[in-house]
Design a protein around this ligand. Structure first.
Ligand SMILES: Cc1ncc(COP(=O)(O)O)c(C=O)c1O
Length: 393
């Protein structure tokens, strides 16, 4: 079968970024890339801060943060009064975990697609409270219905105090049917935390339509915000019980200010985040989404072809709207997290291509992203050169 045509490039988009042109940046998923205009917007805010730090921090900063939060929450379809800005999804997850008041014998349920750092946070909170972390295996190819059934069967009402699911998984690029999962969990009285690290800017689903008790997503990946910008949305019943990781001056102001104000920090990434959404909107949100997903799918096919993986064996756990795609690596490659990291570094150094090599359940995968700054020839070059590199093990 022939490889489908790549999407039409978005003219001029690459020039919006400061990326090294000698490198193919095919891993937007890990740390994003901040457009130059957004970097400038943040620098202007830093200039303002440095011209009079006292005035910047004491006159209106809390209100400016609230205004920014409302703007970002509005874009994401989240309740502006039920959302708090946090530095990243990892922080949002930590805030939720330590606010639960887990008791000995309670259980936190997650899936084997969960993000490594989030799994470590769950484990630590469970150790600290004598609670139990239980991980449900979910096959990569499971249909939405099978995922929901697996989760329904895995819940232990009365014991499961939190279910953690990803909206779009990191290692496996799998889209979870989060609204349906939340519905099932609710029937059983189990609160749900959705790890939506990749959702803002990539997925169109409004946060409120998922209905989760907690939802945490990064704007600094697909929303083009400066790094350190994420939103934590919290259902009304929980807002009074949510405690910040660091107690500071807004502690008595309640949610969300007490979560947001964490002492003296550089808050300019949050204030500049609307410039990221402005860039996205200027390019056309739907156009960017369609372009990125189609380009990632194209990259998956050309690199898959080069590695001898037939289209039937290329997984599609995210579906057509997802800008992250997986290619299975040859058996025996990247079978541990350390080996995956080493291979990722080697591909970066030898092929001048930044990719994600993931390891999931002992198997290695190449994860390719599509972004407006990518072009079809970057994936084609990788396809030509990768097989020889993999053969030199
Ligand atoms: C699914 C998932 N959860 C959480 C995170 C953590 O994001 P951050 O490092 O911005 O907190 C990531 C990062 O890639 C992720 O993919």
């Amino acid at each position: 079968m022939s490889v489908p045509q790549p999407p039409e490039p978005i003219p001029g988009a690459r020039l919006l970024f400061a990326l090294d042109p000698a490198v193919s940046h095919l891993n937007h998923g890990s740390f994003g890339a901040v457009p130059i205009g957004v970097q400038r917007a943040q620098q202007r805010l830093r200039d303002e801060m440095e011209s009079n730090p006292l005035r910047f921090f004491t006159q209106g900063l809390v209100d400016r943060i609230a205004h920014t939060r409302r703007h970002l929450a509005g874009f994401l379809g989240a309740d502006p009064d039920g959302s708090a800005l946090v530095g990243n999804t990892t922080t949002g997850v930590a805030v939720v975990l330590q606010s639960l008041g887990l008791q000995p014998g309670d259980e936190v349920l997650s899936t084997d697609h969960g993000y490594g750092a989030v799994s470590l946070a769950i484990q630590r909170e469970c150790r600290r409270t004598d609670a139990v972390s239980r991980v449900l295996p979910v096959p990569l190819a499971a249909t939405d219905e099978q995922v929901v059934q697996t989760i329904r069967a895995g819940l232990r009402p009365g014991r499961t105090r939190l279910l953690v699911v990803d909206q779009l998984t990191s290692a496996t690029a799998k889209l979870f049917p989060t609204a349906a999962i939340v519905g099932v969990a609710r029937e059983h009285g189990v609160p749900v935390l959705v790890d939506a690290a990749h959702a803002p800017g990539m997925l169109p689903t409004p946060v409120s339509s998922i209905g989760a008790d907690f939802w945490a997503g990064n704007l600094h990946k697909w929303g083009y915000a400066p790094r350190g910008t994420a939103l934590l949305a919290v259902a009304e019943t929980w807002r009074d019980r949510i405690e910040p990781l660091v107690v500071s001056w807004e502690q008595d102001s309640g949610f969300p200010a007490r979560i947001e104000w964490q002492g003296t920090l550089d808050y300019t990434s949050w204030l500049a985040a609307p410039a990221g959404l402005f860039t996205l909107r200027s390019l056309g949100v739907d156009r960017v989404r369609a372009h990125n997903a189609a380009l990632a799918a194209y990259g998956q096919r050309v690199v898959g072809d080069a590695l001898g993986v037939s289209p039937a064996h290329l997984p599609d756990p995210g579906g057509p709207g997802v800008a992250l795609r997986l290619i299975p690596l040859p058996a025996g490659t990247a079978t541990t997290i350390d080996a995956a990291r080493a291979l990722q570094t080697r591909i970066g150094e030898r092929l001048a291509a930044e990719v994600a090599v993931t390891n999931w359940n002992g198997r290695g995968w190449l994860r390719l992203a599509g972004q407006v700054y990518n072009t079809a020839d970057e994936y084609e070059r990788l396809a030509v050169r990768l097989p020889a590199l993999l053969a030199q093990r």
